[in-house]
Ligand binder design. Sequence first.
Ligand code: GLA
Length: 751
Amino acid sequence: MLKTLTAFLALLVSSAVACAQPALVSFDSATKVFRLDGGGSSYVFGVNERGELQQLYWGGRLGATDSIPAAKAMREWASFDSSYTNTPQEYAGWGAGLFMEPALKVTFADGNRDLVLHYQSHAATASGFDVVLKDISRPIFVTLHYAMDPGSGILARWATIENRGTDAVTVEQAAAASWALPAGKYMLNYLTGRWAGEWTLNREEVAGGARVIESRRGSTGHEANPWFALQRFAQQPSEADEEHGEVWFGALAWSGSWRISIAKDQLDAVRVTGGFNPFDFGYVLHPGKTLETPIFYGGYSTHGMGGASRLLHRFELAHILPNPRATTGADGTPLPMAPKPRPVIYNSWEATEFNVNEAGQMALAEKAAALGVDRFVMDDGWFGQRKDDHAGLGDWYVNPEKFPHGLKPLIDKVHALGMDFGLWVEPEMVNPDSDLYRKHPDWVLNFKGRPESEQRNQLVLNLARPDVRAYILGFLDKLVTENDIAFLKWDYNRNWSEPGWDQMPPAEQKAVYVEYTRNLYWILAELRRRHPKLEIESCSGGGGRVDLGILKYTDEVWPSDNTDPFDRLTQQYGFTYAYTPQIMMAWVTDSPHWLNNRTTSLQYRMLSSMEGSLGIGANIARWSPDEMTMAKGLIAAYKQVQATIVQGDLYRLLSPTDGSEFSATETVKADKSQAVLFTFIHSTQEGRGFPLLKLKGLDAKTNYALSSIAGKARTGTPEVASGAWWMNHGLEMDAGFRGDFQAAAFRLDRK
Ligand code: GLA
């Protein structure tokens, strides 16, 4: 049947992934239905008879000619449950009869707090739409932005709120987007943690009421991460699994206080709303001004949690991280866009802590270079009066006792050894015992006349202030201009407290929640603009600032200060649900480990770290020749397959969680020419060896040669077999692969 389209847009957006389906966006002016298709998913919304923007469909990709009926508001369920609250609005103002979580809540200058947003107009953009809503009587305009990624089907949504009136309006709550899911039973997955214990995957059935994950800490936080995934199941939750079933997922790109609320309403409909955390929020929008929310990305997979994370990884590599570039496989097949794999680094923190000096760092650099390390990073302790964590933060001059000739001799030595040089900084912080604080005590976040709560003996500089922003950019620019620095480890070692900003009028002080983070992004962007080769790691006492906002300006993250190789397996397992292994730095450190007093072999530690972007963080000055030889060999082996490990399609074959005795991961290169497999034993019991491993994601008809990176397969395992063999028959490990904290790794190469 021919559709009556008075306006039809079909934008073929060039695809990031070879042979991915193009994104298609269309608007049917007869039905007022908007449709966005990308990858394997479709997203549809329309204008209902009241003028509200109503979500109509989000899920697997619909047929190209399918016509979608016009939006029709849901009926009132009872006098208690209005149509306004039952209807899944794309972006509901708090007003009329809304009881669900609003996307936007405001107070007008006259005290009026009723906001009802209706469709006004729209425009097509390169990959989606800008849809303008307006309050039914007052000049508050909201532009909803939609941008569909053709490769992954991940949809970016955010909003710009504009005051076209003559009086200021206070925005009390502003989400990036609300997402509605089809009625059903869902399992919610989300990540929580604490310092040294990040990335715990939690799973719970979505029950009535709201489940809130959030940070009130001024930054992303260790406590929860702004990511969710909802698995649908028919009867029993166990039906939802790693490689099967429908999953809707989302990630919020914001490194300030954030909130995602997952609510099942009185009619069992599930809606997810996320954006700025409304707690203590208040943004005064003066006439003519706008407030732009963070971006909330949402996606859909029919291949379970594994499929969802593979889509996210691809998307992060191609569209979030800096410097993606096109590459091809061995036979010229185009591979998805991605940044270069990370250099293998050495970092001296666990070896020296604050006791850095020229001779000691040079000695470590020599040993690091002998291992095949690409980048030498000096951590905390090199600046100001920084003998421990009581002093020096804020004073970014080179400590003259530790480095009498500045950093140049060390940097020159590192270069002469064939590595580049990286440096630790913590730009947003100040110790009260510092020249900076003595000179500018008013630069810290604080309520005037009230105590300043120290954490790790430090206070947070108020980046919302223009003078603080200028100071931070200024010292970083000088540091990077005067020294040949390839990389900054940008740390952030406490959360906010007492977030006062008394240079602003009282009503406007809460804007600190927006302006601080915007200025942080601005500094990072400006620094990178001035120094295009500079790379940056986002660290916050480990993984306290990992989100799709900071990742637009940083190349990697430090997932945790916990470098115990066994704990890391669980953390890495959780981490990869939301983030690509490309950014997941993992250091090999010393044994017994300082945190758990656990003793593990160097092979186990190396293989645990090789699941991500590899670093060495041990005191290599004490390593024996045998340890040096083993590490050197494994670093060389790692580099050969690194691109597959950190940018391939990840399959979590065996989970290390919940007391599991075994774990395994597999990554497959996008052109299916190579796969890398990691296997770990926690502790075998009752003589039971490693379970049979059925590989995934290979090309059934291609032959693959198996070779060992470390460890052995069962005697008699074919050297070459088809993808079908490895996936159906599976790989058996050597009978001797038993005991405690054992690890093995293999590669499969197309023959
Ligand atoms: C934080 C980081 C560590 C190290 C120390 C230095 O804890 O996460 O890796 O840099 O700070 O003080």
